[in-house]
Design a protein around this ligand. Structure first.
Ligand code: PMP
Length: 401
């Protein structure tokens, strides 16, 4: 008898069950819109040209080895990642009160930040948007924090419940942590305006809350790296503290390289030094040091002004294709005379669209039209192409009529 025979099966993951259902569908024109990874117009994953170039350069570099990185990762990677999110002339960076450590993509950065907070921050309550990326509650709960929700999405307007959001943040206990998605909110595709961000900042600061930015899509929302960083920079400009989890999965297409960074902006150099020493203690017993390859690719690109420019062009190409898919889908729905207001499809931002379709409609579309999306009605715009837009528009039309 196995000593592990008492292990219970884990509950089914709702996203994975959609992926499996699609995988097992024999229909040749099936369409998987559940996964948050960029695809080309031809439905293929994309390796950026600039990434291939950086990899070639690394392969030819005789001094490039496969040794261990330090616990906090590649020093230049950390320096340039902080610059990317905080901006070239960040006061916080100049004042040496920013700590950045290389982590395992966005997820790993969130987890390391959460472990650090659970150990060193007195207030264990962490507020996340309702709804938010499905992994957030697991990451924070397992790190020992207590997850609560603030209102974010209003199903009636298919927009931001801004009043509700401010009310809930205003009622949060002093010192509580608040997760804010820097741009391209997953799963709703709804971001606050800059004016709304300013009001959020005022509430967060006046209540003494500690913001933890999830920055998984910088550049992917608008196509511009600086525009997408404005929410974060607004909070850093006021001199206060914040945490930022950064990912290069989407914006450099480095999903499987697991490359990202955790940045903690502190109020003084002295605090930053202490924070850094404790972060090393969080990382060492978990995985000792982070992987080298993805960090080397990112650093090569961020350090070289020509490659950086090439990257911004390719990044804008990805963002523009997604924006164009929104427009095409909206027009296709209009052309079919589908009842209802579908303007949220073009108003929403980033990789996802929260269609407003319910679970019953989603199941019907999978069964009859072989189109797969998560049961909350979220579709990945990056999985669409000009060829598949009519199929989706037909299915949406059938689902709501
Ligand atoms: N945050 C959000 C909001 C996400 O959507 C994702 C990816 N789906 C992540 C973080 C983490 O991604 P990764 O660990 O691949 O960087």
């Amino acid at each position: 008898d196995s000593i592990l025979s008492n292990v219970l099966p884990a509950p089914e993951d709702p996203v994975l069950s959609v992926i499996f259902a699609c995988r097992d569908d024999p229909c040749p024109v099936k369409l998987n819109l559940s996964v948050g990874a960029y695809q080309t117009e031809e439905g293929k994953p994309l390796v950026l040209e600039v990434v291939r170039k950086a990899e070639q350069q690394l392969a030819n570099d005789l001094y490039c080895d496969k040794g261990y990185l330090p616990i906090d990762g590649l020093a230049d990677f950390n320096k340039f990642s902080a610059k990317l999110i905080l901006g070239d002339d960040s006061h916080a960076v100049k004042e040496n009160r920013v700590v950045t450590i290389q982590c395992l993509s966005g997820t790993g950065s969130l987890r390391v930040g959460a472990e650090f907070l659970a150990k060193h921050h007195q207030q264990r309550v962490i507020f996340v948007p309702n709804p938010t990326w499905g992994n957030h509650p697991f990451i924070f709960t397992l790190a020992g924090l207590s997850v609560e929700y603030f209102r974010y999405y209003d199903p009636h307007t298919r927009g931001l419940d801004f009043e509700g959001m401010l009310e809930d943040l205003g009622a949060a206990p002093s010192g509580a942590l608040v997760v804010l998605q820097a741009c391209a909110h997953n799963p709703t595709g709804i971001d606050p305006t800059l004016e709304q961000w300013e009001q959020i900042r005022q509430i967060v600061r006046s209540k003494g809350l500690l913001p933890f930015f999830d920055n998984a899509y910088q550049g992917f929302a608008s196509g511009n790296l600086d525009s997408d960083a404005q929410s974060v920079r607004m909070f850093v400009a006021d001199g206060g503290e914040c945490l930022i989890a950064q990912s290069f999965a989407k914006n450099m297409g480095l999903y499987g390289e697991r490359i990202g960074a955790l940045t903690i902006v502190c109020t003084s150099e002295g605090v930053a030094r202490k924070v850094k020493s404790q972060l090393l203690l969080v990382v060492r017993p978990m995985y000792l040091t982070p992987p080298i390859h993805g960090a080397s690719i990112v650093t090569t690109i961020l350090k070289n002004s020509d490659m950086y420019k090439d990257w911004t062009i390719e990044l804008k190409g990805m963002a523009d294709r997604i924006i164009s898919m929104r427009q095409q889908l909206y027009e296709a729905i209009q052309a079919r005379g589908t009842p209802g207001d579908w303007s949220h499809i073009i108003k929403q931002i980033g990789m996802f669209s929260f269609t407003g379709l319910n679970e019953k409609q989603v199941r019907m579309m999978a069964k009859e039209y072989h189109i797969y999306m998560t049961y909350d009605g979220r579709i990945s715009m990056a999985g669409l192409s000009s060829k598949t837009v009519p199929q989706l528009a037909d299915a949406i039309h059938a689902a709501v009529t």
